[in-house]
Write a protein that binds this ligand. Structure first.
Ligand code: SF4
Ligand code: SF4
Length: 108
């Protein structure tokens, strides 16, 4: 794991790329039952929208509502990597003053 050089701005944009927490099957099995059932109910419901932000994203605070239970892929997301930075600049967030990321930092 590379130490991030670009701090997270808590914009929540990386959590808009999947409609539900992207758990592996073994991770789903290890979740508290109420959280697992909530995800499964959403996936089976007519409200499911594959293009919507993650259902665990609090759209007011732009924080994960169950941060301590988030999937491994969310834990390992390269903060300050090219995807993170490109996502921010695509909506006009300024990166001015933030340190630049070296190409090796994207190789996680
Ligand atoms: S896109 Fe980057 S800056 Fe925004 S919340 Fe995700 S990791 Fe943080
Ligand atoms: S960090 Fe939380 S809100 Fe963001 S994608 Fe992962 S589970 Fe969803």
């Amino acid at each position: 794991m590379t130490t991030p050089t670009d701090p997270c701005q808590s914009c929540g944009l990386c959590c808009t790329r999947q409609s539900s927490p992207p758990f592996m099957p073994d991770e789903m099995d290890a979740l508290p039952p109420d959280l697992r059932d909530g995800i499964n109910r959403y996936l089976d419901s007519p409200l499911f929208d594959d293009n919507a932000p993650c259902i665990w994203l609090d759209r007011t605070t732009t924080r994960c509502m169950h941060h301590e239970h988030r999937p491994g892929v969310c834990r390992d997301y390269p903060v300050g990597g090219s995807d993170c930075r490109n996502t921010r600049t695509s909506v006009g967030l300024t990166l001015e003053g933030l340190p630049t990321v070296s190409p090796e930092d994207d190789e996680l």
